[in-house]
Every structure is written in structure tokens, then in C-alpha cells.
Design a protein around this ligand. Structure first.
Ligand code: FES
Ligand SMILES: [Fe+2]
Length: 362
């Protein structure tokens, strides 16, 4: 089947009550995965790193965004570049983070300043018609919001504040600036990245069945789902029980999702973010970052460790089901499914936004 037909198998005009999920081919076709990298992941703002890693001049983070090698550097300001040498395309900075005076290519030693301009080209004197000023690193857009540095590979996309829309101010009252980074853990999953996002956005439908521990700490009858233009907020009060989950999950649970791949989970004194990155059509990487309000009376080392352990248990449960779903999507026994109107409005939004991006790029 040609790509256009696969995209058009989804009907984005149906209301939630009649909506049908995207065809399984969206989760199993490598052509769709490629199209997503070129549209969904290249045209939208994505979290690339934390701003705390870029406080001082010379600090840099070399990473991958939308499958592209990117380096983000603090000079006078924070800037982002394709991490690709303009001589023969070697990766200039090794993946990771650090502090440097200049960006030195490890292949033949071309050197770029922190602002990306080309500073030195050893033994290059005899080259004709070469203007250094035209051979700096290729810049990409970066912007900072809350604790994170976002990257967008599309120069025509709106600025980050516009992109985030209502979410931009929605988090202000939560004062998330007080949260301090604790730990980053990543998981490699054998499923399409959208399986994980769908699972996050099912409005707590799976929680009582799959996450008995978490469910015991939530007052599920007050579970709320709010959907706006590009984000979904699921919220639910917690209830106190005498178990591991209740001890580290208090206050109101707030689960934000921002299209396409960012989730922000908040409880009293806790913030966790999840970033979902496609690796192949049936592989993704899930990055968890844990943050705590160190000044909150609840927070000590035990609390942090228990909190991470509880999240890890929930993640194990989600991982197992996501693998099962991926196998089902790849089988001959499934093509499309339906959405539960009272629960799965977030998934519906996700699918419609995906459709829009995929179609625009065809
Ligand atoms: S590829 Fe970087 S200096 Fe040659
Ligand atoms: Fe889950």
C-alpha cells in the first residue's frame, strides 16, 4: 500500500463517539515512521535537554533530536546546531555533555566558536573561493521554557510560546521552578512510540486493571480529562491508604501530555517528565526524569528512592502491555479499534494531530 493510502485510512473528521483508531499500519510501517520523523518530529518543538546543564559559557549537550545529531551550546546565549562538521560531515562533539572553550572536530581539527562560527581550518591555505563565514555549523532553533531547552528543526514553525499554547501559562501556578532534578532513567522498548503515548492518554482506563498499586492511591471516581488544542491534562485526587504508593503519591495527580511526545506528571513535591523517542517503527526509547521539591517536608532520600521505585513498578506494568499491544498491531488479527468516549479524548486529540502533520507533509 502506498504511504498516502495508509495515512488516509484514518478518518480525522469523526467525533469521539464514532472515532476509529488509526490503522495498525501506522504502528508497523517503516514508511510511516520515516514520515513521522520528517513531519511530527521535525516540525514541532521537542525537549532536548535541561537548562541547568547550560548555565555557564562553554557548557554543551550533544544529543539526538528527531533522529538528527544536535549540539546545544551556551556561549553568550544558548544556541543549537546540527552536530555535523562542515568539512566532511563528522560528528563534532561526542554525544554527552561537558564544558569546552570551542567545538573541535575530532577528524581533521576544524574548530568552531561557541556561536557556531568557523574559527580554524588547519592547512587549508591553498583552498580557493572559500569564505569561513559561510561555513559555520548549521543552526537550529532553540528556546527555553520551565526547566527545559526545546529544539525545533522547522524554521517556519511558530515560536515555542505559541506552540505550547494554553500549556504555557497553565503550569505557572504549580511553581515548578522549585523542583530540583534528581535522576534520569531511560528504557528501551520494543514497541512503536505511539503505543506508549496512547497508553498514557487512555484517561486512566487501564489504571484499575493494570496498575492495582497506583489505583489504590487514586480516587478514581474524580478522574478528569481536559483536552485543548495541543495538550491533554488528566487529573485525579489521591486518597490515603497504608501502602507504598500512598506514601509517595499525595495531593492531586496531574498528568500533562503535550503533543507529540512530552509528558509532565505532578504530585505534591514531585514532578516527573517522560519523553518518548522513536528509534525504529517497533522500537522506542522512554526517558524518565525525576524532580523533587527539596524544601517540602515530605521530601528526604527515602521518599525519593521510594518514589522512583513506585514509578519503576508502574513502568514495568506499562512496558509489558505496550509490547503485547505492538505484537497485536503487527498481527493479522487486528486493524483498527474504538475509543471509550468518557476516557480516551486525549488519544483522539493525539491521532487527529498526527493525521494533520502526516497529511501536511505528504
Ligand atoms: S570532518 Fe571535521 S575537520 Fe574534517
Ligand atoms: Fe500505565
Amino acid at each position: 500500500m502506498i504511504l498516502n493510502e495508509i495515512v488516509e485510512q484514518y478518518n480525522a473528521t469523526l467525533p469521539l463517539e464514532r472515532a476509529i483508531t488509526p490503522p495498525s499500519a501506522w504502528y508497523t510501517s517503516s514508511d510511516i515512521a520515516k514520515l513521522e520523523q520528517d513531519s511530527v518530529f521535525s516540525d514541532n518543538w521537542l525537549v532536548a535537554t535541561r537548562k541547568e546543564l547550560l548555565q555557564e559559557s562553554g557548557q554543551y549537550v550533544a544529543t539526538t533530536v528527531a533522529g538528527q545529531p544536535i549540539v546545544i551550546v551556551r556561549g553568550d546565549t544558548i544556541k543549537g546546531f546540527y552536530n555535523v562538521c562542515q568539512h566532511h560531515a563528522a560528528q563534532v562533539m561526542e554525544t554527552g555533555q561537558g564544558c569546552t572553550r570551542a567545538l573541535n572536530c575530532p577528524y581533521h581539527g576544524w574548530t568552531y566558536k561557541l556561536d557556531g562560527s568557523l574559527a580554524a581550518t588547519p592547512q587549508f591555505e591553498a583552498a580557493e573561493g572559500f569564505d569561513k563565514t559561510n561555513h559555520g555549523l548549521k543552526e537550529v532553533r532553540v528556546e527555553v521554557w520551565q526547566q527545559w531547552v526545546f529544539v525545533c528543526l522547522n524554521n517556519d514553525a511558530p515560536p515555542l510560546s505559541e506552540y505550547l499554547g494554553t500549556l504555557y501559562s497553565q503550569l505557572d501556578p504549580l511553581n515548578l521552578d522549585k523542583m530540583r532534578f534528581h535522576q534520569r532513567i531511560s528504557y528501551d522498548l520494543n514497541c512503536n512510540w505511539k503505543v506508549y503515548v496512547d497508553n498514557f492518554l487512555d484517561g486512566g482506563y487501564h489504571v484499575p486493571i493494570l496498575h492495582k498499586g497506583l489505583n489504590s492511591a487514586l480516587d478514581g471516581k474524580y478522574y478528569k480529562i481536559e483536552v485543548t488544542d495541543k495538550y491533554c491534562l488528566q487529573s485525579c485526587p489521591t486518597k490515603q491508604r497504608d501502602n507504598d504508593f500512598s506514601q509517595v503519591r499525595t495531593g492531586t495527580a496531574r498528568y500533562y501530555w503535550q503533543y507529540p511526545n512530552l509528558m509532565i506528571n505532578c504530585y505534591d513535591a514531585i514532578m516527573g517528565i517522560i519523553i518518548v523517542e522513536p528509534v525504529a517503527v517497533d522500537k522506542c526509547k522512554i526517558i524518565f526524569e525525576y524532580y523533587f521539591d527539596d524544601n517540602h517536608p515530605l521530601i528526604d532520600e527515602d521518599f525519593k528512592n521510594n518514589s522512583v521505585a513506585v514509578a519503576d513498578k508502574i513502568q514495568d506494568e506499562d512496558v509489558a502491555i505496550c509490547l503485547s499491544v505492538q505484537q497485536g498491531l503487527a498481527s493479522k488479527g487486528y486493524e483498527t479499534g474504538r475509543l471509550v468516549p468518557s476516557k480516551e479524548a486525549g488519544e483522539h486529540l493525539f491521532h487527529k494531530l498526527l493525521y494533520k502533520d502526516l497529511k501536511n507533509h505528504l
